[in-house]
Design a protein around this ligand. Structure first.
Ligand code: NDP
Length: 313
């Protein structure tokens, strides 16, 4: 199959805060970046409503609107922003070969992977219905809206404990709903959760339905052992059952940890292949914030620029 071919100095995959920040810096460094937006243009902030912790917006901003601002800023410096998703990547040859939507071949001297991570969801219909209006996968982003109210967090890992601890400082009561009778989280986290008075752990339960009309008013759980239902009256429902890094496209070609996050050199976005940089949530399982993703986007573009001016190029 003959495909249209294009040579680039800098190709960016992903259009969340990491991708667009890399684009702004790469464009200003005259790398003429091309950015493919991927399956979820604008990335994870587009599925949240109010963003009140991104510096520069004193009155807060809607997630999709903030990403529109990122896009406009990248366009102002003439980043070539395109619809499309990488369907195949070959990092064994230089320039790197990237196939877009099966029909276009890009040969890129540097590649910035900013494909992010996706929150894992329970898969309930009612969860889908209330996403962004009572159901969230990010306590740091949305916890503020439940100040003084009662909320539930689902999960038993470090993320769930961290979310529950964060919410316990804002909310009246936090139910931590876990499907087993012991937590997967680190002992240190467990200890902190057990010691927090307004966190109640609901062991051996899974959510079956989130109830409410326009807003969430409760959740119906099921005891996994007795099958008995249990209702919690809550206003916010946080899903913290893990994230999945969107790194499948480079699996086996870049060093990754056991969860599929791309490993970068300390204090750098350089991956195990020279000239390939990873920024944002695809390489950062801990912070997962727009502002940290943007910070690593800046690093990736600066590192790409330095790589291109090095002796090998
Ligand atoms: P984990 O995979 O560690 O935990 C996911 C949790 O969700 C588990 O308790 C699991 O239950 C539960 N779960 C999964 N699927 C379902 C489902 N369908 N229904 C109900 N419950 C479900 O993910 P985390 O995001 O918590 O952590 C990912 C990695 O990041 C870990 O290595 C963690 O240590 C690390 N991390 C570190 C932090 C830190 O150091 N500050 C903060 C956050 C994460 P079960 O236990 O039964 O499998």
């Amino acid at each position: 199959m003959s495909r249209e071919k294009e040579h680039l100095r800098c190709l960016i995959l992903g259009s969340g805060p990491a991708g667009y920040t890399a684009a702004i810096y790469a464009a200003r460094a005259d790398l003429k970046p091309v950015l493919y937006q991927g399956l979820q243009p604008g990335g994870q902030p587009t599925i949240t409503t109010d963003v009140e912790n991104f510096p520069g917006y004193p009155d807060g901003v809607q997630g999709p609107e903030m990403m529109e601002d990122f896009r406009k800023q990248a366009e102002r410096f003439e980043t070539d922003i395109r619809w499309g998703t990488a369907s195949k990547v070959d990092l064994s040859i230089r320039p790197f070969k990237v196939i877009i939507d099966e029909d276009k071949e890009i040969l890129a001297k540097t590649l910035i992977i900013a494909t992010g991570a996706s929150a894992r969801w329970l898969g309930l219909e009612s969860e889908e219905k209330f996403k962004g209006s009572g159901v969230s996968a990010c306590a740091t982003c949305d916890g503020f809206f439940y100040k003084g109210q009662d909320v539930a967090v689902v999960g038993g890992g470090d993320t769930a404990c961290e979310e529950a601890l964060y919410l316990s400082k804002l909310c009246n009561k936090v139910y931590l709903v876990h499907r087993r009778d012991n937590l997967r989280a680190s002992k240190f986290m467990q200890h902190r959760v057990f010691e927090t008075k307004n966190i109640e752990i609901v062991w051996d339960h899974i959510p079956r339905e989130i109830s409410g009309d326009k807003a969430v008013t409760g959740v119906i759980l099921e005891n996994v052992k007795t099958k008995k239902p249990k209702k919690l009256v809550i206003q916010g429902f946080f899903v913290a059952i893990g994230h999945v890094p969107n790194s499948d496209i480079v699996k086996g070609q870049l060093e990754m940890n056991e969860n599929g996050y791309i490993i970068t050199r300390p204090k750098s976005t350089q991956t195990s292949v020279k000239g390939v940089f990873a920024d944002g949530d695809v390489q950062a399982p801990v912070f997962r914030q727009s502002v940290t993703a943007a910070g690593t986007g800046c690093m990736a573009a600066i590192e790409a620029e330095r790589f291109l001016s090095g002796p090998e190029n």
